[in-house]
Each structure stands twice: as C-alpha cells, then as structure tokens.
Design a protein around this ligand. Structure first.
Ligand code: NAD
Length: 431
C-alpha cells in the first residue's frame, strides 16, 4: 500500500466518527498545491544532472504551510503528498498555528560531494522560493537533510528576496537564528510522549510500569533515532538494539547510544561502532547473522517492551506485524506502520503511539524557532524544553481523552482531534 493510500484509509476511518461534509472532505483529500521541478545541477566533473523535486502544500486553513524537505532516492510525488497531509494532521494534533506541507528531492545525498549538495540545495530554493516565505510556507529538515542544508537554503532565499528572513526556514544552525533544542526536539518530544503514555497505559493495566528499565529497540540512528536513544537512555530506559541503513546491533545488556553516536558522527556505522566492544551474553534463540548483529528486519521482531521505528515509512506491514513482540510501538518515523498492520496490532493488543503525535516535537520546536525569529528574541534551552514538554504531554492527554470518548485507537483519535480543528478553521474561512 502506498503512503497516499494509507492516508486515505486513515482519513476514512476518522470520518466514520467525524462525518465531514462531502465538499470539505474532498478538499482534505486534495492538496491545495503540488509544485514540481526538474533541478539541473552541475556536478564537480562539469556534467549537468537533473533531479526531480517536489513541494506539496496540503492545507493552510490553520496557518502558513509547514513541513520538512527530504533528500532520499525513493522520494516521489505520492509519498510527498502523504507526508504533507500528515503534517497538516500533526500541526493540528499539537495545536500549533500551521497548515501542512512537505518537500522532497529524489536523490541519494550520500552520493554527492559537499559542493554538489550545496548547489542542489540552492537550486531547490531558486525553483521554489516564490512559493515559500515566513507567512506562506516554512520548510525544515527531514530525512537526508540537516541544519547545514537549511543554512544554504535560507541564505539562497535571502539573496533572492533581497532582505534577511530567518523565519522562512526552521532547523537552522544557531548562528543563523536556530533555536536551542531544535536538533534534539523530535527525539526528546518522543520521549515526553512515551513517558506520558506509560502513565496512561498503567491506569489501563496494560504495561504496568513507569518505564524505568523497559527495553527499547530503535530502527534508524539519524537525527531522530539517535537523539531519542540518548534521551531515553538518560531517562532510565534500556536501549538494547539500534540500527542504521547498514544494519543493526542487539545487546540485551544495554547499549551506550551516546558513545555510538559520537563514533557514527566521525564516519562509522552503528554496527561498526558497537562491535568495537566485546560481545557476551547474546541469547542463542535470536536469528543473528553474526554475533550481536541484527538486520533491520530482525530488529523489528526482537523481544522488547518498546519498538521505535525512526527511519522510513512502511516498515511494519501485514507481512511482519504478526511477528512483532513489542507491547508498544512509538512511531518516530513518518508512516512506519501500514493500516493493515494497525489492524493486526489492535487484535494483538499492541499499542501504537502514532507518528502524528509521537514525532510532533520537531515541528513544535520549529514553531518556537519561528516565533523567536519573528520576535528577534531568543530563549534558553531550558525554556524551550519546558514548553516542548507541555505541548507533548497536553497533546497526548487530549488524544487519550478522544480515544476513550469514541472508543478508538490512538491514531484514529489523533486524526479525529486534529481534523475537527482543521475543518473548524476551514468553516470559519467560509468552507
Ligand atoms: P536522518 O537522515 O537524520 O536519519 C535517518 C536514519 O535512518 C539514518 O540512521 C539512516 O541510516 C537510517 N535509514 C535510512 N534508511 C533506512 C532503512 N531502509 N532501514 C533502516 N534504517 C534506515 O533522518 P531523520 O531526520 O532522523 O528522520 C527519520 C524519520 O523521522 C523520517 O521518517 C522523518 O520523516 C521523521 N521525522 C523527522 C523529523 C526531524 O525533525 N528530523 C521530525 C519528524 C519526523
């Protein structure tokens, strides 16, 4: 099932309760703008290469469009459309005054030199700058992009419009108006949501634990996965499995995410960084190709308390959902669980904390960054983290209450909460 098909199914499920007027429903099913460009970029050897690029602006009823830009070889229009829809929903779930958008370029950034990457990033803005702006559409980093790329993009935008405009892009480096805590925000926000959810699940007698010592497996060790792993480890959870695109490691004694992160940033892989340590005590029953090593598929099926997909979408499907042993799935990636897998989880009593809630910490601190840019006054990290925690804990509480009121799962509850807010804004604007 494609991500866009997942979107339509999720919307349909929420609409069974919401019963949205057909005209408004059709608007939600159709992004407001789909921008496409063929980026012509000079390679270091003088050759000109063309890259397909997109910016999809889904809905702006609640405020300017907002959403990241992804550099990944599998980017396509349907995926970006789905991601833009999830951004609208996410911003509604946490109640920040934005609509939803997403951008993407079909490219493997690992195959470009730094100067090629800079030319590609600047070309993207040359093609799209007329459609973005601090009160129009505000991009940010996503899979395959980072603060350095945001710096090139904001610089290019300012060159083109002829004035400083830090609020046009968030996730910038500090020296260009970035916010304290933005880099860690998605992972840290995920931890706040998980902790708040465990409190609720405890009332529900499902997990029966406050979280200390719970075993966690995390797929994806980039900005989101690594920062979540480090925060969770510090909060007393036991991170037992980690992976990146080259594969993963499992050690039931617990891993040291901070050490692995430092080593990975110096150019290593998760497995390579971990295997520098001696391995003892790995259970025989695990299907481990090499001692301590797990593939990305094996990682998902480990016997852990919490599974955290933090890489790409559609990694848990009808094919492997039955083999998942975790009691809780914290969706830090966008769209990691398909609707068919969701159904299997409901039958098995596995709790999915949906992406539109779990990973909303990134866009929440992006919002704080934009507010600080607009004010020209900057907050300390402690203040940012306090505000982030409040947003995430309140959002979890609101989604939880909706799930109890309508007796639905957390994803459907998040959609009901958010889409009712979007529809209200659409109606206030005259439909
Ligand atoms: P990133 O590029 O920093 O890191 C991605 C990680 O996933 C890397 O470790 C990479 O090796 C790994 N990976 C890539 N393909 C994989 C595969 N097929 N199997 C296993 N691992 C794979 O990206 P990120 O910013 O950490 O984003 C990760 C996910 O979180 C994406 O789904 C993104 O949309 C979502 N997200 C990101 C943010 C943010 O603030 N960056 C916010 C919300 C959601």
């Amino acid at each position: 099932m494609s991500p866009w098909e997942s979107v339509l199914q999720q919307l349909e499920k929420a609409n069974k309760i919401l019963k949205i007027e057909p005209m408004l429903l059709e608007k939600l099913e159709t992004p407001e703008y789909v921008r496409e460009a063929a980026l012509k970029v000079e390679m270091d050897n003088g050759e000109i290469k063309t890259f397909r690029a997109f910016r999809v602006q889904h809905n702006s009823a609640r405020g300017p469009y907002k959403g990241g830009i992804r550099f990944h070889p599998r980017v396509d229009k349907n995926e970006v459309k789905a991601l833009s829809f999830w951004m609208s929903v996410k911003n509604g779930v946490v109640g920040i005054p934005y609509g939803g958008a997403k951008g993407g370029v079909e490219v493997d950034p690992k195959n470009l030199s730094e100067s090629e990457l800079e030319r590609l990033s600047r070309t993207y803005i040359k093609e799209m700058y007329k459609f973005i702006g601090p009160s129009i559409d505000i991009p940010a980093p996503d899979l395959g992009t980072n603060p350095k790329i945001m710096a090139w993009m904001v610089d290019e935008y300012e060159e083109l419009v002829g004035h400083k405009s830090p609020g046009v892009i968030t996730g910038k480096p500090m020296e260009l108006g970035g916010s304290e805590g933005r880099l860690q925000a998605t992972g840290r926000g995920g931890l706040y949501v998980l902790q708040a959810a465990l409190e609720k699940f405890r009332d529900d007698a499902l997990v029966g634990s406050s979280g200390q010592g719970l075993q966690i497996a995390i797929q994806g060790f980039g900005n989101v996965g690594a920062n979540f792993a480090i925060s969770a480890d510090k909060a007393g959870f036991k991170v037992v499995a980690l992976s990146d695109s080259k594969g993963g490691v499992y050690d039931p004694r617990g891993l040291d995410p901070e050490k692995i992160y430092k080593c990975k940033r110096a150019g290593g892989t998760v497995a390579g960084c971990y295997l520098k340590r001696p391995i003892i005590g790995v259970p025989e029953k695990l299907k481990i190709s090499k001692l301590g090593r797990v593939s990305n598929d094996e990682l998902l099926e480990l016997e852990v308390d919490v599974l955290v997909p933090a890489a790409t979408e559609n990694v848990i499907t009808a094919k492997n959902a039955d083999n998942i042993k975790a009691k809780i799935i914290l969706e830090l990636a966008n769209g990691p669980v398909t609707p068919e897998a969701d159904k299997i989880f409901l039958e098995k009593g596995i709790r999915s904390i949906p992406d539109v809630l779990a990973n909303a910490g990134g866009v929440s601190v992006s919002y704080f960054e934009w507010v600080q840019n607009n004010m020209g006054y900057y907050w300390e990290e402690e203040e940012v983290n306090e505000k982030l925690k409040k947003i995430m804990v309140d959002a979890l509480g609101n989604v939880w209450d909706v799930s109890k009121e309508y007796k639905v799962d957390l994803r459907t509850a998040a959609f009901i909460l958010s889409i009712s807010r979007i529809v209200k804004a659409m109606k206030s604007r005259g439909g």
